[in-house]
Design a protein around this ligand. Structure first.
Ligand SMILES: Nc1ncnc2c1ncn2[C@@H]1O[C@H](COP(=O)(O)OP(=O)(O)OP(=O)(O)O)[C@@H](O)[C@H]1O
Ligand SMILES: [Mg+2]
Length: 275
C-alpha cells in the first residue's frame, strides 16, 4: 500500500477493519448478531444486504459513532473512536432543512474542518482540495447555490465532495449511488475506484449486485455477516438466498430466470433472515 497520507500511521496493517464476535445494535435491539470478519486495507469493499440488515449500523460502528454491544472491532489497528480523524463518512439520505443558509462551496469546505464548523480561515490547501472535489463531482457551477435549493441527487454529490475533500485514510459511503442518474453514479463510481491509488480504503453500502461484483471485497449482511470475501466467493446463489430469502433474486448466469422482477426490498421488514 503506497503511503501518500503522512498521517497514515497504522503501520501498514493488511486489514482496515477487524471484527471478532462483533455484536451491534441500538440500545438493546440487536441489528448485527455475532459476526467475525475483516475488511482489507487499500481496497474497495461493498456492504450489501436487505433493508434493515445492519449496513448503516455497521458503518456507524466503523466510524466510531456507536460502540459494539459485545465482541471487538478494530479499525485502522485501533479502537474506532480513536480513528475518527482518519475517517471520512458520508451518511445515507442526509437532508437539510429548507432555508438552511449554507452554500454548496461552504458545505464542501466543512469537510476540511471536521467537527469544527467554519472556524478558521481556509488555507491554500483547503481551497485547492475543495475545488478539486467540486470539479470531480461536477458541482463547480453549483458552488454558490444554497443546499436547500438542490435536487436530491445534486445534494448527494455535494456530500460525496465533502467526504473526499476531507483528509482521510478510510472513506465510508452509505449508499452513495442510490437515487443518482447514470452519469452521476458513474462519476462517483470512478472516484470510489480511484481512492485505493492513494492508499485509501473505501467501504460503501449498496443495493446493487453489479456494484458489489465490481468491488474488490464484499460483506454480505442479513442481521449478521453471512459471508465476507472476494465477490465470487460471497455472491453465490446459496449466500444470496440466505440473505434475501427465496424468490427474490436471479443471477444472469442461471439458466431459468423465470421472472424478470428486480429485487425490491419490502421496506421495514426487519431482518428475519440469517438467525
Ligand atoms: N437509531 C436507531 N434506533 C433503533 N433501531 C435502529 C436505529 N437505526 C436502525 N435501527 C434498526 O437496526 C436495524 C438495522 O438498521 P440499518 O439502518 O443498519 O439497516 P440497513 O441495512 O442500513 O437498511 P437500509 O438498506 O434500509 O438502509 C433495523 O432493524 C433498524 O430498524
Ligand atoms: Mg442503511
Amino acid at each position: 500500500m503506497s503511503d501518500l497520507h503522512s498521517h497514515h500511521d497504522h503501520s501498514g496493517a493488511a486489514e482496515a477493519v477487524l471484527a471478532e464476535e462483533l455484536v451491534l445494535g441500538h440500545n438493546s435491539h440487536i441489528a448485527v448478531h455475532a459476526s467475525s470478519f475483516f475488511i482489507p486495507a487499500g481496497k474497495v469493499t461493498t456492504v450489501i444486504g436487505p433493508n434493515g440488515s445492519g449496513k448503516s449500523t455497521l458503518l456507524h460502528a466503523i466510524a466510531g459513532l456507536i460502540s459494539p454491544l459485545s465482541g471487538s472491532l478494530r479499525v485502522l489497528d485501533a479502537q474506532p473512536q480513536t480513528r475518527r480523524e482518519h475517517i471520512s463518512y458520508v451518511l445515507q439520505n442526509t437532508t437539510v432543512p429548507v432555508g438552511t443558509p449554507i452554500t454548496v462551496a461552504e458545505t464542501v469546505m466543512m469537510g476540511r474542518y471536521p467537527g469544527l464548523g467554519l472556524m478558521r480561515r481556509p488555507s491554500k490547501l483547503d481551497r485547492a482540495r475543495v475545488s478539486e472535489a467540486m470539479e470531480k463531482l461536477r458541482i463547480t457551477d453549483l458552488a454558490k447555490r444554497h443546499l436547500g435549493e438542490l435536487s436530491g441527487g445534486q445534494r448527494q454529490r455535494v456530500y460525496v465532495a465533502q467526504g473526499i475533500a476531507q483528509d482521510h485514510d478510510l472513506l465510508l459511503l452509505d449508499e452513495p449511488l442510490t437515487g443518482l442518474d447514470i452519469g452521476s453514479a458513474q462519476t462517483i463510481d470512478e472516484i470510489i475506484h480511484q481512492e485505493p491509488e492513494g492508499g485509501c480504503t473505501v467501504i460503501l453500502t449498496t443495493h446493487d449486485l453489479d456494484e458489489a461484483r465490481a468491488s474488490d471485497f464484499v460483506v454480505l449482511l442479513a442481521g449478521r455477516v453471512i459471508a465476507a470475501g472476494p465477490p465470487a466467493a460471497v455472491l453465490t446463489n446459496e449466500h444470496l438466498l440466505t440473505a434475501y430469502g427465496l424468490g427474490g433474486l436471479h443471477r444472469s448466469e442461471d439458466a431459468e430466470p423465470t421472472t424478470d422482477h428486480h429485487h425490491h426490498d419490502h421496506s421495514d421488514h426487519d431482518h428475519q433472515h440469517g438467525h
